[in-house]
Write a protein that binds this ligand. Structure first.
Ligand code: GLY
Length: 259
């Protein structure tokens, strides 16, 4: 089965990105483009068929495609992103997903960012945040219940998206920043806490038997490796300033064409 990764070029307007928890700092666009190219190379090396969408100067956050859809085996949900500035990112992602999945969508007044949705098998842990509201969560639940998915709300704080605080790194293992999200929500999983000196180290992207992870969290990386995980690091110094992480920059799914 092929694995598809939808990615999108960094916007030349990335310096105007949305920011929630960070002060605005200068983003080196050329360096961001180069770092994103290496990230895409990493996806290709790990076996993905990459569909790279064009960037758009008017869509500063468009590189963060994860927020625009939740892609499951049976269906993809277009999310209606929580930041109004990001809603025009949807048409390109819709067009890219159409060959692969039937599509549903979150409607007003619901909002959801894909970064708030942690999928583990038939469960979706959904962070309630500045980007994802109760209506969005209820709509997700209604759309996915017929497919046998359970949607579970999760409170968290101190970061933009749930997946800044907790991500899946192996079949039954989560990487977690326990200061920001209650580990009790994830009973039954093996938890790897981020190193206390690396509070922003909770975002990792599991792809087959490898974990793609940002440079700069050496102690947390060591914790994952001590659990037997193979970790491949990428430099994301520029997109970090836009509150992006490794999961944000792709939508990864099995590449079955729709019936
Ligand atoms: N800059 C990423 C976001 O706020 O959506």
């Amino acid at each position: 089965m092929s694995i598809v990764a939808i990615t999108r070029e960094v916007s030349p307007g990335v310096e105007r990105c949305e920011l929630t928890h960070l002060e605005r700092g200068r983003i080196d666009y050329e360096l961001a483009v180069e770092q994103h190219r290496l990230y895409v190379d990493c996806l290709v090396e790990l076996g993905c068929d990459v569909v790279q969408l064009s960037g758009d100067t008017e869509l500063p956050d468009c590189v963060f495609v994860e927020d625009i859809a939740v892609v499951l085996d049976e269906v993809a949900i277009l999310t209606r992103p929580g930041a109004a500035s990001r809603r025009a990112e949807t048409p390109a992602v819709r067009a890219a997903l159409e060959p692969f999945r039937s599509l549903e969508e979150i409607r007003e007044p619901g909002v959801v960012d894909g970064g708030d949705v942690l999928v583990v098998d038939r469960r979706l842990f959904v962070g309630l945040s500045t980007r994802t509201n109760e209506s969005g969560l209820e709509q997700l639940s209604g759309l996915l219940e017929p497919y046998g998915y359970e949607v579970l709300p999760v409170e968290f704080d101190s970061c933009l998206h749930l997946k800044s605080a907790v991500t899946r790194v192996a079949e039954r293992t989560l990487l977690i920043q326990q200061e920001w999200v209650d580990p009790g929500r994830f009973a039954g999983f093996e938890l790897i806490p981020v190193d206390p000196t690396e509070p922003h180290g909770g975002n990792a992207l599991r792809l087959r038997d490898t974990v793609i992870y940002a440079d700069g969290f050496e102690r947390t990386r060591g914790r994952m490796e001590a659990h037997g995980l193979k970790v491949c690091t990428v430099d994301q110094s520029e997109l970090k300033k836009a509150e992006g992480g490794v999961t944000c920059c792709s939508l990864i799914f099995e590449g079955r064409e729709r019936d």
